[in-house]
Design a protein around this ligand. Structure first.
Ligand SMILES: NC(=O)c1ccc[n+]([C@@H]2O[C@H](COP(=O)([O-])OP(=O)(O)OC[C@H]3O[C@@H](n4cnc5c(N)ncnc54)[C@H](O)[C@@H]3O)[C@@H](O)[C@H]2O)c1
Length: 350
């Protein structure tokens, strides 16, 4: 297939693009190369005729139309977004711009391209919107999110992603655009920007800095390795039913403090110089509006798509730590430049 991937220079996007090209697809990555992008993530594709990076903003509607008519895609996989909850607390406007208006610009470009297709090409075309389980809000101690769960976003990030999901679904109903939506849980793995919990903790531990755990550390996330997520997205693209939503998770619920202590134990083994790393754990003021628990029931994607996660959390977490230890060239320029680990997303006390 010829596939346009937006946000392909980001964390999940780059894992997806590397996989698609390895699988033999032709990929055009569209990415504005914001602070969160790292073109080094796509370095393995340098010179590969199956891949091209277009540096462009998804909010630029005429440009997106031009990109699609030039790329002539069989599918658009839409991942470009502002993705960090803490930054959405400090500056929500960028989230509304990219996640809401940018998604509508991608929908409009895909509609215009889809309208030019007929026959088999028209029947084959898909627009896959990659979203988050955070649109469903916060769970108590029991229960799981499913495709039927009512939307209840609580942060500016999740509210903007919820809006984008609604716009994509509306495009399916209104114009017959063959859309698919995935709502996935928290990802981890190589090439994740070190503002997110797992890479931030790894790099702080490596540098002997405090490991800031929000609130009581008992917020629960359902962790999935990025390669398992990428495999689910390929499966949904190939076998998903237009108009359908798929909840993706790996049944790996952990509290934040469990994750941090597991990382410390791995660091003690792989980088004994700083052991014991859990002496660095420091409980700090909670994130405003911090959702308590996310957990996914992924029965639908498992049965309808035939996907299942392949990695265990403990082993894949260790592999992730090993990747950061072995790839200082990827993260060092970020840590010394655009993000040095400072706290984001606190609301000023009056
Ligand atoms: N990380 C997770 O745990 C997770 C879980 C579920 C869903 N998602 C969704 O998956 C997608 C990718 O997440 P990620 O963690 O890889 O994010 P990321 O922040 O690592 O990457 C986002 C990419 O989008 C690009 N981008 C941002 N604004 C853009 C714009 N206006 N035009 C073009 N490109 C732009 C950035 O440059 C970056 O390369 C997002 O839509 C996110 O909501 C993420």
């Amino acid at each position: 297939m010829r596939i346009v991937v937006t946000g392909g220079a980001g964390f999940i996007g780059s894992a997806l693009v590397l996989r698609l090209v390895a699988d033999g697809h032709d990929v055009v990555t569209v990415d504005a190369l914001t602070y969160a992008a790292n073109p080094a993530s796509l370095a393995p594709l340098a010179g590969n005729p199956r891949h091209r990076l277009v540096e462009a903003d998804i909010c630029d509607a005429p440009r997106m139309r031009a990109v699609l008519s030039e790329a002539r895609p069989d599918a658009v996989m839409h991942l470009a977004a502002e993705s960090h909850v803490d930054r959405s607390i400090t500056g929500p406007a960028a989230f509304v711009r990219t996640n809401v208006l940018g998604t509508q610009a991608m929908i409009d470009a895909a509609r215009a391209w889809h309208a030019t297709l007929d026959g088999e090409a028209r029947a084959r075309f898909r627009f896959l919107h990659v979203s988050t389980d955070e649109v469903f809000g916060s769970l108590g101690a029991e229960g799981f999110f499913t495709e039927e769960t009512r939307y209840d976003p609580r942060s500016p990030y999740s509210a903007s992603k919820a809006a984008s999901d609604h716009l994509v679904r509306a495009a399916g109903e209104t114009w017959g655009l063959p859309i698919l939506i995935s709502n996935c849980s928290n990802n981890y793995g190589p090439r994740q920007f070190p503002e997110k919990l797992i890479p931030l903790m790894i790099l702080n531990a490596l540098e002997g800095k405090p490991l800031p755990v929000y609130g009581d550390g008992l917020n629960v996330r359902d962790w999935i390795h990025v390669e398992d997520h990428a495999a689910a997205l390929v499966g949904i693209l190939e076998r998903g039913a237009p108009g359908h939503t798929y909840c993706v998770g790996a049944r790996s619920e952990r509290t934040n403090i469990q994750v941090v202590r597991a990382l410390c134990a791995i660091m003690d083994r792989l980088h004994p110089a700083g052991a014991p790393h859990d002496r660095l754990v420091s409980f700090v003021a909670d994130r405003p509006g911090h959702d308590r628990r996310y957990a996914i029931d992924s029965t639908k994607v498992e049965t309808a798509i035939g996907w299942a996660p392949k990695r265990s959390f403990e082993q894949a977490l260790e592999d992730t730590v090993a990747w950061y230890l072995a790839n200082e060239g990827w993260w060092r320029p970020i840590r010394e430049g655009r993000y040095q680990g400072e706290r984001l997303g606190l609301v000023q006390a009056r």
